[in-house]
Structures are given as structure tokens and as C-alpha cells.
Design a protein around this ligand. Structure first.
Ligand SMILES: *Cc1c(COP(=O)(O)O)cnc(C)c1O
Length: 366
């Protein structure tokens, strides 16, 4: 389904050599400092605080904002988004998503605001950008913080503006399975200077000085080997995105006319990173439901992914707490969606083979 991107091994060895001179393995060494700076440039953001992974970046920025009460968010996401809210002692309130791009529906968000609401936590699902303007207007009118889960949107831009500048903060993930990786890794981007020291301290146990611990922090420091991998992979990212784009184009060409299959579409004015290629199976039109098509692909050795299924509001961990009927669009789409294999060196023949099976041209495989 995906294949972690690695740089040429010589480049990585060259990059980590200096670690053997310094013996500095973690705690904000040279690689960490250099990588963080490169990220700020690449993402076109004023501040990026580097973290050990995307999840801790999200947890810690929520903590830094000292929120209380309810956070309006999407259930159509990875476990991390909802867990980060709950692990901060806050209550997630799930709003429904838009049919076309799977991001939060601003009207649904506004209808759920109460005097307990403190923030909105939208997700740029599959790299589809949220309606950031509408969300900003709602947040301003109701005095709410906006924190984006931008894990899928690394390097994306809207009209030339980095998506990491949206809202009060945005989190990116550099996990091995993402479009860009530092093995594990992540960062939180923000514009207000005062959060710089706060987030820096929070990722290092809240330690401010040798004898001063000012907050109940975590350990979310990125180590030097991860930072070195990020530095190496960043050099090849644009070229990898072009390769992904060609694969997405192929999928689009081959699948656009298949009855009952809705495929991913670009948004206008967005520089996409082509991180995922989701399709939505309409059982009535296609003659088979998502699970059956998934099994057919699986029997043919093709690893698609039910991403996102189930909704986070349906997790065993949250049993009895939420009602998926309140987000009917998200619930339906989670039963129709799967993401198809996509990585830079995926061969065209394999893409064609997958499309043949989906288009029903490979009936003997059924
Ligand atoms: C990957 C991901 C995360 C978590 O990132 P990690 O770096 O794996 O901790 C959060 N939200 C979404 C939507 C993701 O896809």
C-alpha cells in the first residue's frame, strides 16, 4: 500500500558522520537545529517546533494553549487526532464532514458551538485542504482557537501560502508512512512568538533551566538520527512528489469512467503533495461493496487500506460515548472509502493491474 522513502544510503552515512565526532545523539543538537530551520523555510512558516512524532506535536500544542471544555473536530481521521484531545482532558465533539473532500463542514461546526467550546481541530484529510477561511471566520466570531491536523498536508500551499500558517497552529507528521519522513517525527507550526519557549520546554519535561521545571511537560525531543534522515529525505521530496503525481494521473485516467467508483480530485489553487489516492465505492452502482472489493484486491496481493475506517467515534476505546448517526456523511464515507497503493517508485504496470481489477476487466481474478 505504501513504501517508506529512503535516501541513497551514502547520503545518510555522510550526514550522520559528524555525530561520531560530537557524540551528541539527542537533546537539540546540530542536526535538530538545522532540520528545524530547513522545515521553516520549506513550509513557509514563521516558527516550526520539531517533535519526536506528529502525535506528541498535537498533544503538546493543545497543552500549550491551556484549553478547557469541548473541542469540535472530525471523526473521519486517524486515532491520533481524537486521542490528543482526550489525553488533554478535553471532550471531543464530532461535526460532520463534506461529501466532496472529507474535511469538516463549517456549517456543522458552527451548529455545535456552545459556551463550553474552546477550539476547533480540523483535519486536512488526504491533503485536501479544509475551508480555512470559513473556519477562521467562525473561530473569530466565537473567540475559539483553531489547531489544524495537517499530518497529510506536508508542503502543501494554497495560492502560494504554506498551509502551516493556517489557524493558531498546525501539526505535521513525518512518520515513515507519510509523503515525507524522518523515520518518526513531526512538528507544530505557529506564528505567535510566545509559544516558542513554551513548546520547547514542553517537549523537554517542562525544564526551563538546571534547577527550574516550569510545566508538566513530556519527552518529545527528536533525536539526531531522525533529524539527519529528515534532512536527507527533504532533498528528494519534490522529485518524489512529481513521481507520485504521475501515478495519481494514471489512476485518474484509468478509473474516472468506472461506474460506482468516485475518485480523488485536485482542489483548485492548491499545490498538492499527492500523498493518498482514495476511492469511494457506491455499492448499488458498482455492484459490490467496499469490503468485497477490498477482499478481491487482497486476494490479488494488492494492499489497499480502509483509511479511515472505523470513525474514531466508533473506537472500542470510546464505546458508548458518541453516536455515529450524528455524523451521517462521515459514517457513510468510512464504509465506502479505501486508499489505493501509492509510492514514488510504484510501477505503471502495477497501477494498470489494480485498475483492471477495479474496472472489472480482470473478471477471471474474481
Ligand atoms: C499520521 C497521522 C497523525 C500522527 O502522526 P504520527 O507522526 O504518526 O504521530 C495524526 N493525524 C493524522 C491524520 C495522521 O495521518
Amino acid at each position: 500500500m505504501t513504501k517508506a522513502t529512503l535516501p541513497p544510503i551514502e547520503e545518510y552515512i555522510e550526514e550522520i558522520k559528524s555525530i561520531w565526532d560530537s557524540h551528541w545523539l539527542t537533546n537539540m543538537g546540530d542536526k535538530h537545529i538545522a532540520f528545524q530551520k530547513q522545515l521553516e523555510e520549506y513550509l513557509k512558516v514563521p516558527h516550526a517546533e520539531l517533535m519526536v512524532n506528529g502525535h506528541m506535536a498535537l498533544e503538546l500544542v493543545i497543552q500549550a494553549f491551556e484549553l478547557k471544555g469541548e473541542v469540535i473536530t472530525s471523526p473521519f481521521t486517524f486515532a491520533s487526532t481524537t486521542h490528543a484531545i482526550v489525553r488533554n482532558g478535553l471532550r471531543p465533539v464530532f461535526a460532520d464532514i463534506k461529501e466532496d473532500d472529507c474535511t469538516l463542514d463549517p456549517e456543522e461546526v458552527e451548529s455545535l458551538i456552545t459556551d463550553k467550546t474552546c477550539a476547533i481541530l480540523p483535519v486536512h484529510v488526504y491533503g485536501n485542504l479544509c475551508d480555512a477561511e470559513a473556519i477562521r471566520d467562525i473561530a473569530q466570531r466565537h473567540d475559539l482557537k483553531v489547531i489544524y491536523d495537517a499530518a497529510h498536508a506536508f508542503g502543501e500551499e494554497h495560492d502560494g501560502i504554506g498551509v502551516g500558517t493556517f489557524g493558531d497552529a498546525s501539526m505535521f507528521s513525518f512518520h515513515a508512512t507519510k509523503v515525507f519522513n524522518s523515520i518518526e517525527g513531526g512538528c507544530v507550526c505557529f506564528s505567535e512568538d510566545r509559544y516558542k519557549d513554551k513548546l520547547y520546554n514542553l517537549k523537554n519535561f517542562g525544564i526551563r533551566g538546571p534547577e527550574v521545571v516550569e510545566s508538566v511537560g513530556a519527552n518529545a525531543k527528536m533525536n539526531e538520527f531522525q533529524a539527519a534522515m529528515g534532512i536527507c529525505n527533504l532533498k528528494h521530496l519534490d522529485e518524489n512528489i512529481q513521481l507520485r503525481k504521475a501515478i495519481v494521473r494514471r489512476y485518474q485516467e484509468r478509473l474516472s469512467d468506472v461506474k460506482g467508483i468516485r475518485i480523488w480530485k485536485e482542489q483548485s489553487n492548491v499545490k498538492h503533495n499527492y500523498s493518498y489516492f482514495p476511492i469511494f465505492v457506491d455499492e448499488k452502482e458498482y455492484g459490490m461493496d467496499r469490503n468485497s472489493l477490498f477482499d478481491v484486491l487482497d486476494r490479488n496481493g494488492i494492499g489497499a487500506r480502509k483509511y479511515f475506517y472505523p470513525l474514531t467515534s466508533e473506537f472500542d476505546a470510546y464505546k458508548g460515548m458518541f453516536d455515529a448517526n450524528r455524523t451521517p456523511v462521515a459514517f457513510r464515507l468510512s464504509n465506502q472509502v479505501m486508499t489505493l497503493p501509492l509510492y514514488p517508485d510504484l510501477q505503471t504496470e502495477i497501477v494498470d493491474h489494480i485498475c483492471d481489477i477495479i474496472a472489472g476487466n480482470a473478471a477471471h481474478n474474481l
